[in-house]
Design a protein around this ligand. Structure first.
Ligand SMILES: Cc1ncc(COP(=O)(O)O)c(C=O)c1O
Length: 370
């Protein structure tokens, strides 16, 4: 009998929805749907998990980036450097208030942005850097912070994929003026819809963010500044509260699965593992490798009941909707090469040893048959 290997684990995670439905019912009974008590409790637990002074719940990871940049004073015409191979949300968030996204390539042997390329992209108009902790791995943050400090640039971390990752013992999200997280259903800490969190140690930035997410209202009858409606829903906070304390254990499960994949796949010459930094705890939001004949491999795996995905097949700078940024094919050779070879395998902590073994064996058989 062949073992089926699914990618999404939501069915297992919420197989028993009763405790979650009870939490939703409690919100309904309290009626505090906006900025209710669960939001404040969730923010406290989230801040404790990350080790930051403040956590501010907002309505998505995208808005978290947007509002963090706004709170850092970034505005129209300011150049903001970020990764050419990120998810579109990072670039959309930068552009939304009129700032100009400036893209840089990733490292040759990891997906995260190349800090040397960041330095080369700085101009007199550069105001901020948004390092993206893609897959839950981390940019060389000490080097990046040196560059930012030297040039007087704000750093807003896009740690949307990197909850509970760390480098040199310092958590993702805590390096710059603010760190941003997504609670999207496919993230490591996932709610039942959209949600996001901004963390910061800066009291003034935190106060500004609390205003920005709620129309700039200091209280019901006073508008302190022009803001937005970007509150984390109380219902989503109540769902998140039931899972926020489980994040370290679930990340440990992913790390153990990643170690097993790494060991088994290292024997397959057509698979190249990304460089693992000894100083970095990845959260393995995604488990990605570089695979020869990737597209045929993905078809083979899917045909044999093994779900594998590609994050992402076309780098953003070559997307039609971003043509106005002025980049041409070949601008970012590492991002291009990786777009042709990256493969993501299921890595979550619900993955059984049998499922993992089935995925590994299917990859091995594909290359042996070639
Ligand atoms: C790297 C990255 N940045 C930003 C986001 C945006 O998060 P959200 O979907 O919560 O808006 C995501 C996830 O979707 C992401 O993966």
């Amino acid at each position: 009998m062949t073992t089926k290997v699914r990618y999404s684990y939501l069915a297992e995670q919420f197989a028993d929805p009763a405790p979650f439905l009870d939490a939703v019912k409690a919100v309904v009974q309290r009626g505090d749907f906006t900025l209710g008590e669960a939001v404040a409790r969730f923010e406290q637990r989230f801040a404790a998990l990350i080790g930051s002074r403040h956590a501010i719940g907002v309505n998505s990871g995208t808005d978290a980036i947007k509002l963090a940049l706004k709170a850092a004073g970034i505005g129209p015409g300011d150049e903001v450097i970020t990764a050419a191979n990120t998810f579109i949300a990072t670039i959309g968030a930068i552009a939304e208030f009129g700032a100009v996204p400036v893209l840089v390539d990733c490292e040759a042997d990891r997906y995260v942005m190349d800090v040397a390329a960041v330095e080369a992209a700085i101009t007199p108009r550069t105001r901020a850097i948004v390092p993206v902790q893609l897959t839950g791995d981390m940019v060389d943050m000490a080097a990046l912070m040196d560059i930012a400090g030297h040039h007087g640039l704000a750093v807003v971390e896009d740690s949307c994929q990197a909850i509970h990752a760390a480098q040199g013992g310092r958590p993702a999200g805590t390096w710059g003026v603010a760190g941003t997280f997504s609670l999207h259903p496919l993230k490591n800490l996932n709610v039942w819809g959209d949600g996001g969190v901004i963390v910061t140690d800066d009291d003034a930035v935190a106060a500004r963010l609390r205003l920005l997410r709620n129309h700039g209202l200091a209280h019901r009858d006073e508008v302190a500044l022009l803001g937005y409606n970007s509150r984390l829903d109380t219902i989503q906070a109540a769902i998140g509260l039931l899972m926020v304390d489980d994040v370290p254990a679930s990340v440990d499960g992913r790390i153990a699965n990643a170690a097993r994949y790494d060991e088994a796949l290292a024997d397959i010459p057509q698979i190249r593992l990304p460089r693992r930094r000894a100083d970095t705890r990845q959260n393995y939001h995604l488990y990605m490798v570089f695979a020869e004949r990737r597209d045929t491999l993905v078809k083979h795996l899917n045909a044999h009941g093994i779900s594998a995905k590609i994050h992402y097949p076309v780098p953003l700078y070559r997307q039609p909707g971003l043509a106005h940024l002025g980049y041409a094919a070949g601008h970012f050779p590492n991002s291009d090469a990786q777009a042709d070879s990256v493969l993501s395998l299921p890595i979550d902590h619900y993955l059984t040893p049998a499922m993992q073994q089935a995925a590994i064996e299917a990859i091995r058989r594909f290359y042996e048959a070639a």
